[in-house]
Design a binder for this molecule. Structure first.
Ligand code: ADP
Ligand code: MG
Length: 633
């Protein structure tokens, strides 16, 4: 084995840099934390080329004297930790004393700093961690640090960097986090010369959220709860404003942004049964607890935490959020209990397993089900003949022709609903329609009857011994999605009479602008308007103007989450978003003709039992199940 040698400081710093300095965003995070620790009330971040060539952070904090300025760049140099005991009760952001050393080892640095008490400041230049110049300098109180040419001496690391847009986006994320962590500090962020974020620094979290989350920030519910010596404050989204991802879930523990499955689980538990599959709450939550109850020293980048009492933390978040949402912990769910047994009766055989009342059919189950129905013996020749006749009359719908374009002028072409039959009539009624021109193989569909609509949301259909509840929004969304997917080139757009200003988060604005051509494909024409606002000139045909802002927001989120390499997936996500926004909504009053078209589409296509995101379109309820409930069987 080779001889053991002590690593040079430079090599040690490079190794540390690998842990602490992953990308421009991690540099910015460290520099911002230092500024906040220095007591700054105003911090400006500027980057160029995604932060790869230039990062400048200017603060008006306490500054450093010339000696401290130099020591700050040596490894394990910190003013925040003196003894091992201090480690247990850390309250500043930094404490390891390795950030500056690590950053300096992989870049070129200019530092300008001055304390209030001294007349002049210090200017330092470093290259790859070595001080190359030191001067006295006139400068304002506080610190300015410029990091140039990140990873210039570690080409291997450089290879891992993504495009400037992606890296710049991550930097924006880091600034946003600090802005949400410290509403008392005014943050400004400039990207390639343009201001993309500016928070007032007046101390109100709501104002900071508004600046960072954009419009969504205005709709959140305030939370302020205490649990022993734990405090939980912040804002959470209403269940109705759920997001398509966890992007807007931000947690701070003692002021430090953290990632924690425990916190996410506790938050989402409070929304249980209130959100659709694939929807997530948004939050900015500050959890404060005694420094000794949490260990932040788990991860070098310090985004992971370990709690001493996980149960207490979970409860604090769970009940705190529930309280804010004004909900009782466990709302009773619709449940059907088995009928109470009469005394002295012994069941002849074990009771059948309790099945949930409503249930969703899987595509496979539906296949089996229709096959079974098709093979089932006909009750009697007469009925069989009637059924055969009605099947003949079953409208043949071609997908493309049949897609419900719910515009008034299109409605005329849509078949009228069957006249409502008195309940007593035994024979199922079939919608009376003329088959459309195109001839297709007729699907073998059992006759069914449109019964009506429940809660302006569910279409009720009867088919043989089964009832189906069809979620009209989900059905329409799926159908529109397919239409868009089949032919995305042809998404027709409508020009808005007056361009619509949409205020979004800085990240959303830059992502959308960077993907203008993709948006044009989807029917959107957007322009930059400044102040985190886009001017929307054209929108997809089916989209109502009041849904434009939401759609853009979601599209930005798709872009942010979507992996660049899989552009087809991103496109699908985007199409889905447009479809979702353009579809009729639950709770809306919908023309019966439209409902009938949707019901027909679903009843004719077993694959429509599922929407692209796994949310059910249709659930079934059998006559047997009902009979059991009414104790008829
Ligand atoms: P840590 O923050 O863990 O102490 P750093 O390497 O980030 O380690 O910083 C080393 C030291 O440099 C800090 O402890 C602090 O004393 C000083 N320092 C760094 N940035 C600033 C700043 N913006 N203003 C004042 N002092 C600073
Ligand atoms: Mg630090």
């Amino acid at each position: 084995m080779a001889k053991i040698i002590q690593l040079s400081t430079h090599v040690a710093n490079l190794i540390a840099a690998g842990e602490v300095v992953e990308r421009p965003a991690s540099v910015v995070k460290e520099l911002l934390e230092n500024a906040v620790d220095a007591g700054a009330t105003q911090v400006t971040v500027e980057i160029r080329d995604g932060g790869m060539t230039f990062i400048r952070v200017t603060d008006n904090g306490c500054g450093m004297d010339s000696q401290d300025a130099k020591t700050a760049f040596s490894r394990h140099a910190t003013s925040k930790l003196r003894t091992a005991e201090d480690l247990a009760a850390i309250s500043t952001m930094g404490f390891r004393g390795e950030a500056l050393a690590a950053i300096a080892s992989v870049s070129r640095i200019d530092l300008l700093t001055k304390t209030k008490d001294s007349l002049s400041g210090t200017s330092l230049q470093l290259e790859a961690g070595v001080i190359t110049e030191e001067n006295e300098a006139g400068c304002p109180d506080g610190t300015t640090i410029i990091v140039r040419d990140l990873f210039f001496n570690t080409p291997a690391r450089m290879k891992f960097m993504k495009s400037d847009t992606v890296e710049g986006g991550r930097v924006a994320g880091a600034v946003q986090l600090q802005a949400l962590a410290h509403p008392e500090v005014a943050f400004r962020f400039l990207r390639d010369g343009k201001e993309v974020l500016s928070t007032p620094g007046t101390g109100g979290l709501e104002a900071a959220i508004y600046c960072v989350y954009g419009r969504d920030g205005g709709k959140m519910v305030k939370l302020d709860s205490h649990w022993d010596n734990y405090t939980l404050t912040g804002y959470v989204s209403k269940p109705t404003d759920a997001r398509p991802s966890r992007n807007l879930q931000t947690f701070f523990v003692n002021g430090r942004p953290v990632k924690s499955r425990l916190l996410v689980a506790a938050l989402e538990e409070a929304y249980r049964n209130q959100l659709m599959v694939g929807k997530f709450p948004a939050c900015v939550l500050h959890l404060n607890l005694p420094a000794t109850a949490v260990d932040v020293n788990v991860h070098p980048a310090k985004t992971e935490v370990k709690f001493l009492n996980e149960k207490a933390v979970f409860d604090c978040i769970h009940y705190g959020v529930l309280g804010a949402l004004n909900k009782t912990p466990d709302r009773p769910q619709m449940q059907f209990k088995p009928a109470p047994k009469a005394e002295n009766t012994i069941p002849a055989k074990p009771a059948p397993k309790q099945e949930s009342f409503f249930r969703t059919m899987t595509a496979q189950e539906y296949k089996n089900f229709s096959a079974a129905v098709a093979q089932a013996p006909k009750p009697n020749p007469e009925a069989a003949a009637a059924t055969a006749k009605t099947i003949e009359r079953t409208p043949v719908f071609h997908q493309a022709v049949q897609l419900p374009d719910l515009k008034p002028e299109k409605l005329a072409q849509i078949p009228s609903p069957a006249p409502q039959q008195p309940a007593a009539k035994a024979e199922p009624e079939i919608p009376q329609t003329e088959p459309v021109q195109e001839e297709l193989a007729m699907p073998q569909v059992q006759p069914w009857r449109f019964v009506g609509e429940l809660y302006n949301t569910y279409i009720l259909v009867e088919q043989g011994e089964d009832a189906f509840l069809i979620d009209k929004h989900a059905a329409h969304e799926r159908i529109l999605f397919e239409k868009l997917k089949e032919n995305p080139e042809s998404i027709s757009s409508q020009a808005l009479l007056t361009p619509l200003p949409c205020r979004l988060s800085p990240e959303a604005v830059s992502l959308l602008l960077a993907n203008r051509s993709l948006l044009a494909h989807l029917g959107f024409e957007i322009d930059e308007f400044g102040d985190n606002t886009l001017l929307v000139r054209q929108v997809p045909m089916d989209l109502a103007p009041e849904d434009v802002q939401d759609s853009l927001d979601l599209l930005a989120e798709n872009l942010q989450n979507g992996r660049r390499e899989k552009s087809s997936e991103v496109r699908d996500e985007m199409l889905h978003t447009v479809a979702c926004k353009a579809a009729i909504k639950a709770g809306w009053k919908t023309d019966e003709k439209e409902l009938l078209v949707l019901a027909t589409a679903v009843m004719n296509r077993e694959d429509l039992k599922y929407c692209p995101h796994g949310r059910p379109i249709c659930i079934s309820l059998s006559k047997k199940q009902l009979e059991k409930q009414f104790k008829r069987s």
